[in-house]
Design a protein around this ligand. Structure first.
Ligand SMILES: [Zn+2]
Length: 449
């Protein structure tokens, strides 16, 4: 009964607070349609929104020949959505804005001009080449989700989030790899990263028991944090379901003991072991104050399972009070389930990132997703580019441009409609824009800015 009364008081307070905050232009209930003033409001907001220095929550900056750009890859013959193809005509606009590309098409001859121009810029700018790209697109700080960092991505502008999936694959992976060509392509890459970490820890092979393996994981996390790592990232949705049960340490110990030196675990044994390690990594990330990024959208490659990768599979973990000290950032907003995903952000330690969505979708469609998010939990959403090199000519540079341009247009469009419909006033709209484009993500990583 007491709780009910408190809830009633809270609801009344909310109503009073929002009525007071929305003095202009709303008078009472919001209107069902945007008014004829929406374009004027859009123009007014756009100038101010374009001035906001952007914090990019997620991307893979690097040159196309840099194998540390990502921990995995997609088969060159897998289907890419239209806008991500190298012949997307918008890329000519991006190259024009960034490099003075003098052509309107992307013919092989003209792309050779672009490759040449980039090589000259690289020579001229040295290690500040990518910082210069950030300057041109208006990004102040960019999270670099990479296997390892590089000298050409200075810590003043780029912050490192490192991959941890490889810890989930310490056994014989032949059975897993045989499931489809994408697994066959990517599991050896996970094994390579795990081996790299084993060498870093000065081990010849995997530790003899589970407690040794867990200490090894913690040690690598701590070392990466000391080397500048500000968060961890899971791409595990490419490999298995995002639903993680909670097996006992005893069960994980038995599986590790049985298979660490050889032998092929059953699918059930491997899954249980991964469930345990996933949760161990969350606990450690919480202890070390490393935010946890999880890929939660449809993924590249022809075998990505939409059902297994559905963001809602994570709900038991996200709403588990034991992980309240873990900051979860759901990359790509669970797309194409982003409208359901926003309700996961009700949990105070769960955030949604819009990277990739803003490249998959054209601004007019992206606007609709952003508007739902802004109308639900505007302080729990962050901008991300997911910039990555598409090929030798069209690279992370053009993707940075496309992602920031799309986001500012879509965001401004969504906010202008909300202002016009009397949902928020312009001050509130700008506050939301600052939160989404910069402030919220910047706080998550303890940014110096
Ligand atoms: Zn990514």
């Amino acid at each position: 009964m007491k709780r009910c009364n408190q809830k009633l008081v809270w609801l009344t307070c909310m109503a009073v607070a929002s009525a007071a905050a929305c003095t202009t232009p709303a008078q009472g209930q919001a209107r069902p349609f945007s008014g004829s003033d929406v374009q004027t409001i859009y123009q007014r907001l756009l100038g101010q929104i374009n001035q906001i220095p952007v914090f990019d929550n997620h991307g893979h900056p690097g040159f196309p020949d840099d194998s540390d750009v990502d921990a995995m890859t997609i088969s060159p013959d897998s289907a890419l959505p239209f806008r991500l193809r190298e012949n997307n005509p918008e890329m000519a606009g991006a190259a024009k804005a960034l490099f003075g590309y003098p052509y309107n098409d992307l013919s092989p001859d003209h792309l050779r001009w672009l490759v040449q121009r980039k090589a000259e810029e690289k020579k001229r700018l040295g290690n500040s080449y990518f910082s210069h790209v950030l300057d041109l697109v208006g990004i102040e700080t960019a999270v670099a989700n990479r296997v390892a960092m590089s000298d050409y991505l200075p810590a003043t502008r780029f912050r490192w989030v490192f991959f941890v999936d490889s810890f989930l694959f310490p056994f014989d992976n032949r059975q897993l790899a045989s499931r489809n060509p994408d697994q066959k392509l990517n599991l050896p890459l996970q094994e390579k990263i795990l081996r790299r970490n084993i060498v870093r820890a000065h081990f010849e092979q995997l530790p003899a028991d589970l407690s040794g393996y867990l200490s090894f994981i913690t040690r690598i996390l701590e070392e990466n944090q000391k080397a500048g790592g500000v968060g961890i990232k899971f791409e595990i949705a490419y490999f298995r379901s995002l639903h993680f049960d909670d097996p006992s340490q005893q069960r994980a110990t038995a599986i590790y003991t049985k298979y660490h030196a050889g032998g092929v675990p059953s699918a059930e044994e491997y899954r249980d072991f991964q469930n345990f390690i996933f949760r161990y990594l969350l606990r450690e990330a919480g202890q070390l104050h490393l935010p946890v990024q999880i890929h939660t959208a449809v993924g590249g490659g022809d075998y990505f399972s939409l059902q297994d990768g559905n963001v809602l599979n994570l709900e038991n973990v996200l709403r588990d009070p034991r992980y309240e000290n873990v900051t979860f950032i759901l990359l790509h907003g669970g797309f194409p389930y982003e409208r359901q995903a926003i309700w996961l952000a009700a949990k105070k330690n769960v955030y949604l990132d819009s990277s990739l969505m803003g490249i998959f979708l054209y601004p007019d469609e992206f606007k609709k997703s952003l508007r739902v998010w802004l109308e639900t939990f505007p302080n729990k959403i962050v901008f991300g580019s997911d910039a990555f090199p598409l090929g030798d000519a069209i690279g992370a540079e053009e993707n940075y441009w496309l992602a920031t341009q799309s986001a500012s247009v879509a965001l401004t469009e969504a906010l202008a409609e909300m202002v016009s419909a009397g949902e928020v006033n312009e001050d509130q709209a700008l506050h939301m824009a600052h939160a989404y484009l910069h402030d919220t993500a910047s706080h998550l990583y303890g940014s110096v800015h």
